[in-house]
Every structure is written in structure tokens, then in C-alpha cells.
Design a protein around this ligand. Structure first.
Ligand code: FAD
Length: 492
């Protein structure tokens, strides 16, 4: 298991009268104190972090969130903001000591406005990513953020984590899809920043402080999001290649010829595809012979004609030049969806293979092949027989460098080496000038790794921003940054 950072210093339990004051803000039905009712809010996707809380609050409006934070600030009550609870770094959960309450935004589900002429959509924080995509599609537009958890994760969570996902290669990360925010500050004030302007150079762009802050600086209650034209043609191919270097050359060729129409470019090794073939019902190899590596390449365009020809031309020229061993272009939307199902199931399909030590890292795109080679060799030397299964968003240099246990090895014994393997891989990432968290964030999991990889001046500025916006340290304490000793506890 990964290193578990120390929780914040203990606090006394909430007095029943204080619980009642919080409950009166949202209504008793939406103030959960029964462990059975709280269970869905304490779940961790990877079962890494046990969590406990005295209270889950489910506000339905921005004013209710503001009232909660006013009371929390007055009483020094610590608050964990939560969306769909799909975060992968333990940021959405209170610590096991139970010193924080959860504020779940999942009842704030209004789409406040959709403007196809201005290409904007205003969604409340608890709207799921799927619902935001559907609302955009209903007016012929695309909200281009796309991640595997889209049915459960929320717009608030996506922005708080600056989510990446499979279309970042064309459209960027969550941060790039935002025009404005509505945020409740730690003291309960509401920042009404829901602008829909493309151009607004009136000083510091404060929304970017809250995006990617993982709920440590404020609670996002709504966002004004950018839309783009919906694609009328989408084509995808499952491509077999000899190496990550060949995949990189194919990426360059695809982007030279199709530009921003390259909306997906995912890399995965054969051994990981075999996990999918073994464990995912209905999965089958669309190519005639196994290849050492695969890419899932997707092109999409608002122009209906010519896209398939473009993809076939790219693949044909790559075949001719020996970059590609074989390729299958999806002949229906059902087959395209199957390609994506295989790709998106790749985390899940590691579970039946035993323990997996995970890394969500990025390096400069051109360094991906060398990074994969070096990190794989280092892991195999450290734990003979371990199975590196590096996969992910090649177009963004973002590799989920996961390592599955040797066949037949003791799972607990393998996972006991989590930190050792992390240190090894992160050391190699650092040598390539990369990042130890490409898209999942820092949360609790990587908090204690941050001081070693961040420029000291940057870390100092982060602490100053935290102290300015959350002087009592009540917002998601102990996540991203360890808690400074700055007098957190006020009167209860
Ligand atoms: P939560 O998990 O509830 O919270 C995440 C963090 O945001 C916490 O720190 C929380 O305190 C904070 N937070 C939540 N809501 C708010 C708010 N309204 N205001 C302030 N802070 C808030 N991530 C990627 O980037 N790319 C992927 O491709 C990807 N694929 C995934 C696939 C699967 C199957 C799963 C389970 C997860 C995946 N993730 C991925 C991770 C996760 O889905 C994202 O981090 C997502 O953005 C989290 O959204 P959420 O609503 O579930 O947030």
C-alpha cells in the first residue's frame, strides 16, 4: 500500500448542538449521521483510504454552501468538499480519525444556461460530466472533456482536480474548458465569477487558483464552460505497432495530417491488452496477429465527409513506412465503442491479475519511449518477474505507469514494496523533467512527495495562497499540503 500521510492534528468531536445547526441549513433529511446512510460518501475507488465522518451535508443551493462555510469558519469545523467520489488520490475523503465533515455537492444539479450561439454552458457543481456532455449534445455542441468515470464524476470535481482524460490531446484539460466560476470561500463569502467572456483581461485570473486546488481553497458551486461544435464524423482505429517509438512517429504523422481532428491517441502494451482479453467479457483481438504495442487512434470533425479516408491514408502511409504492423478501422460506432471500452477497462482489468503499483506521471511527449524503457527495466531489476503495464494518453506525455505483481507472487508482499517502486519510478520521471501527478492530483496520496519535487519558491507561494484564502485551515485539511501550525482550531 502507498505511504499514508499523517492526518491533521486531532479535534474534539462536534457537539450535538453544532450538528443540529449544520443540519438546519440543509434540512434534517440531507444531514447524514447514520453510518449506513454515510457509506456511499466514504467509498474509495481503490480501497486505499479508510474514512470516517460525523456528518455528511448535502446542500441544494449556493446559499446553503455559503451558510455551511460561514458556520464552519466560525466554529473551526473542517470540511471536505465532495463530488462524485471518483478521485484516485484520497482527496475526497475525510481521514479515518473522523475530524472532518463532508459537504457533498451532488444535489446541485441544475444546468443554469446553455447558449449555442456563444458556445457556453453554465452547470452547477453536482452535474455529472455525462449530464454536461448530454446537455451540450442536445443543442448540437460538444463539451469536450471525457474521462472513464463520466457517469459519476461531477463538474465540480473535474475542475477541482483539473481532470485530463482521453480528449486532452485535442482540447486540453478541464482548466482549458472554463470561462468562469462561482466559488464559496472558506469564510462563506460567494465569489460571483460566472462570466461567459472569452476575453477578459481585467487583472488576475483567479479562477485558475481554484481549478486544480482539490477543494483546499474554496468550494466550486457552478462553472461557465466552453463548448465546441459537435463532431458529425468520428472514426477510430486499433493499431498494432512494434514499439512506443513507432507510436510516437504515428502520432506526429497523424497530427501533421489531421491537426486538431486527432481527438484520441492512447498507447498500451500487449500484456495489458491480454489482461483485457482474459477478463473482459466479449473482448477480442481485432488484428490477425499479436503486436507488442497498440494505439487507439480517434479522429473527429464537424465536417461529415472525408474523415475515414484521412484516417486510412494516415495508416496506409504508416504501414508502408513500417511504423505500423497492422490496423483495424472500426466499421461501426459499436466497434468504435468496443475499442474505447477495452481501453477504459484497462485499470479495472489489472485487478484480477493481483496487486498493482500505480503511477500517474507525465514526461515530455518525445521522451515517452525512453522513459517507458528505462522505468520498465528498473522495475524488472528491482522485482524480477513483475509486469510493467504502462498505458495512457501518449498525446499528452501522460503515462499510467502501472506495475502488476509477478504471476503467482504474494499480493501483500508485492504491495508492501509500493513506496520503493514509487520512489524508483518517480526518480526516473524527475530525470526526464516530468511530473509525479499528471492528471489525478495530489490529494492525500502524494502530499508528502510534493516538497521533494516542487520548487521551494513555488511551494512557499502555494502555502501563502492557502493561508490567505483559508486562514483557519478548514478546507480539506491535510490534502495537497501538510497542515502548517497556524492556529486552526477556533471556538467550537
Ligand atoms: P471527487 O472524487 O468527489 O473529488 C475529487 C477532489 O475534488 C477532492 O479533493 C474534493 O475535495 C474536490 N472537490 C470535489 N468537488 C468539489 C467542488 N465542488 N469544489 C471544490 N472541490 C471539490 N481522472 C482524470 O483526470 N483522467 C481520467 O482519464 C480519469 N479516469 C478515471 C477513470 C475511472 C474509472 C475513475 C474511477 C477515475 C478516473 N479519474 C480520471 C479520476 C476522477 O474521476 C477525476 O479526478 C474526477 O475529476 C473527480 O471528480 P469527482 O466529482 O468524482 O470528484
Amino acid at each position: 500500500m502507498p505511504h499514508s500521510p499523517l492526518p491533521p492534528p486531532p479535534v474534539p468531536p462536534l457537539a450535538p448542538a453544532l450538528i443540529e445547526r449544520f443540519a438546519s441549513i440543509v434540512g434534517a433529511r440531507h444531514a447524514l449521521t447514520d453510518p449506513a446512510d454515510q457509506a456511499p460518501y466514504l467509498k474509495d475507488w481503490r480501497d486505499l483510504y479508510p474514512a470516517r465522518t460525523q456528518l455528511v451535508l448535502r446542500p441544494a443551493a449556493t446559499e446553503e454552501v455559503a451558510a455551511i462555510l460561514r458556520l464552519a469558519s466560525e466554529t473551526g469545523t473542517r470540511v471536505v468538499p465532495q463530488g462524485g467520489a471518483t478521485g484516485l488520490v484520497g482527496g475526497h475523503l475525510p481521514f479515518a480519525e473522523g475530524g472532518e465533515i463532508i459537504v457533498s455537492l451532488t444535489r446541485m444539479k441544475a444546468i443554469r444556461a446553455v447558449d449555442p450561439a456563444g458556445n457556453t454552458l453554465i452547470a452547477e457543481a453536482g452535474v455529472t460530466l455525462q449530464e454536461a456532455q448530454d446537455a451540450a449534445a442536445a443543442v448540437g455542441r460538444l463539451f469536450p472533456l471525457n474521462i472513464g468515470s463520466k457517469g459519476s464524476c461531477t463538474i465540480g470535481g473535474n475542475l477541482a482536480t483539473n481532470a485530463g482524460g482521453t480528449q486532452a490531446v485535442a482540447y486540453g484539460l478541464a482548466r482549458d474548458q472554463v470561462l468562469g466560476l462561482e466559488v464559496v470561500l472558506a469564510d462563506g463569502r460567494i465569489w460571483h465569477g460566472l462570466r461567459t467572456l472569452k476575453k477578459d483581461n481585467t487583472g488576475y485570473d483567479l479562477k485558475h487558483l481554484f481549478i486544480g486546488a482539490e477543494g483546499t481553497l474554496g468550494i466550486i458551486t457552478a462553472a461557465s464552460l466552453k463548448l465546441v461544435a459537435a463532431p458529425r464524423a468520428v472514426e477510430a482505429a486499433w493499431v498494432g505497432l512494434v514499439s512506443p517509438a513507432a507510436a510516437l512517429a504515428l502520432l506526429a504523422r497523424a497530427q501533421e495530417r489531421a491537426g486538431l481532428a486527432v481527438t484520441g491517441f492512447e498507447l498500451m502494451p500487449r500484456n495489458l491488452f491480454e489482461f483485457v482479453l482474459r477478463h473482459m467479457p466479449g473482448a477480442r483481438d481485432p488484428l490477425g496477429a499479436p503486436a507488442p504495442w497498440y494505439c487507439l487512434v480517434e479522429l473527429a470533425s464537424p465536417a461529415a465527409a472525408g474523415l475515414r479516408d484521412m484516417l486510412e491514408d494516415i495508416l496506409a502511409s504508416a504501414l508502408e513506412d513500417g511504423l505500423v504492423a497492422d490496423a483495424a478501422v472500426a466499421d461501426s460506432s459499436a466497434q468504435r465503442e468496443a475499442f474505447w471500452r477495452w481501453r477504459e477497462g484497462m485499470s479495472e482489468m489489472q485487478k484480477p491479475e493481483g496487486g498493482s503499483i500505480k503511477h500517474d506521471v507525465s514526461v515530455p511527449v518525445a521522451s515517452v519511449p525512453a522513459f517507458i524503457a528505462e522505468a520498465s527495466a528498473a522495475c524488472e531489476a528491482l522485482i524480477p518477474g513483475c509486469r510493467p503495464v504502462p498505458f495512457g494518453h501518449l498525446g499528452d506525455g501522460n503515462i499510467h505507469f502501472n506495475v502488476s505483481q509477478p504471476v503467482g507472487a504474494d499480493k501483500d508482499g508485492f504491495l508492501a514494496r509500493y513506496d520503493e517502486v514509487n520512489a524508483l519510478v518517480h526518480g526516473i520521471v524527475a530525470r526526464f523533467g516530468g511530473s509525479i501527478s499528471a492528471e489525478h492530483g495530489i490529494g492525500r496520496m502524494k502530499r508528502d512527495l510534493l516538497p521533494a519535487v516542487k520548487d521551494p519558491v513555488e511551494l512557499d507561494l502555494m502555502r501563502s495562497v492557502k493561508a490567505l484564502l483559508d486562514p483557519k485551515g478548514i478546507l480539506n485539511p491535510g490534502k495537497v499540503l501538510s497542515m502548517p501550525a497556524h492556529g486552526v482550531e477556533a471556538d467550537r
